[in-house]
Design a binder for this molecule. Structure first.
Ligand code: PAF
Length: 283
């Protein structure tokens, strides 16, 4: 695997690959890699000639400074995992390489409704930061395919919109890969490493709350079911920001369900200081 730290160097390498008609897959990450990330690399190596991963802990997508400071960094282990997975190139830029004009970043992404709800509501500015960094990374890596995890369901929709409203060429095809889970169902996440033993045991309840919704949902009014789910989370020691059932395509709230519309349950909840998110398609 080739390691690049400078935009100019990776750009030259990518241009030479494109001249050779190589198909490029790109997996953006913030490091602290786990098998969920590796499944994205696997998906990319399966269909592209070259797979590029990036590791960049993007300061402008953290609305909580302490979350940024405590974000786990495990570069050496990450490099080893990427190499074992057959990743061809790793881009490991500094803040200056990504944001040469400094802060605040000038471009505003007109994301509309999708930015006003859930993570957009609870983490103001978060999705603007995500769009800024992924837009920049895509202009550097010029991939044919972009790989993202379903664990960040709303982020996938936001980034799809970003690729449609900016003038990327080519517009990368978005490949959304399933959430990988630990044996007890907890969705794999870099933030899980911050859970202590007691929190780690309790953390499975966020998955259990979604499973309960999936197993017991019936057509009709969904409010009682949602309240039960929220109560379960609270009894398990979580402080939920939200637990909702929304239309899987538009992320509009679904209160009366006809039994047919594709729906998704999404949740974000704190276990002490650590905020976990998860989601599950219900039908
Ligand atoms: O999902 C993430 O890890 C980040 O939001 C991303 C897409 C790498 C942008 O920083």
């Amino acid at each position: 695997m080739i390691l690049f730290k400078k935009v100019n160097d990776i750009h030259k390498w990518i241009e030479s690959q494109r001249e050779k008609q190589k198909k490029i897959g790109f997996v953006p990450t913030m490091g602290a890699l786990h098998q969920g990330h590796i499944s994205l690399i696997d998906a990319s190596t399966g269909t592209n000639d070259k797979t590029i991963a990036s590791i960049f802990v993007n300061p402008i997508q953290f609305n909580d400074p302490s979350d940024f400071e405590k974000y786990p960094v495990t570069i050496e282990k990450d490099i080893q995992l990427l190499e074992q997975a057959g990743c061809d190139a790793l881009f490991l830029p500094s803040v200056n390489e990504i944001y040469p004009q400094g802060f605040p970043v000038k471009q505003h992404y007109d994301l509309g409704y999708i930015e006003t709800i859930l993570e957009g509501e609870y983490r103001p500015g978060h999705f603007q930061g995500v769009c800024a960094v992924v837009h920049r990374l895509l202009t550097i890596t010029i991939p044919d395919n972009l790989y993202l995890g379903q664990k960040d369901y709303q982020q996938c929709m936001v980034l799809k919109k970003m690729t449609e409203i900016t003038n990327l060429s080519p517009v990368p095809a978005l490949n959304i890969c399933p959430t990988l889970r630990e044996e007890d169902g907890l969705a794999m996440s870099s933030r899980n490493t911050r859970l202590n033993a007691d929190e780690r045991k309790k953390a499975t309840n966020i998955f259990q709350a979604l499973v309960l919704l999936k197993n017991t949902i019936q057509p009709g009014n969904l409010e009682k079911l949602i309240n039960e789910g929220l109560q379960n989370l609270e009894e398990a020691g979580f402080k939920p920001d939200y637990l909702v059932i929304y239309d899987a395509k538009t992320l509009e709230p679904v209160i009366e369900w006809d039994g047919k519309r594709k729906i998704v349950a999404l949740t974000a909840a704190y276990l002490n200081e650590i905020r976990l998110i998860d989601n599950m398609l219900l039908n």
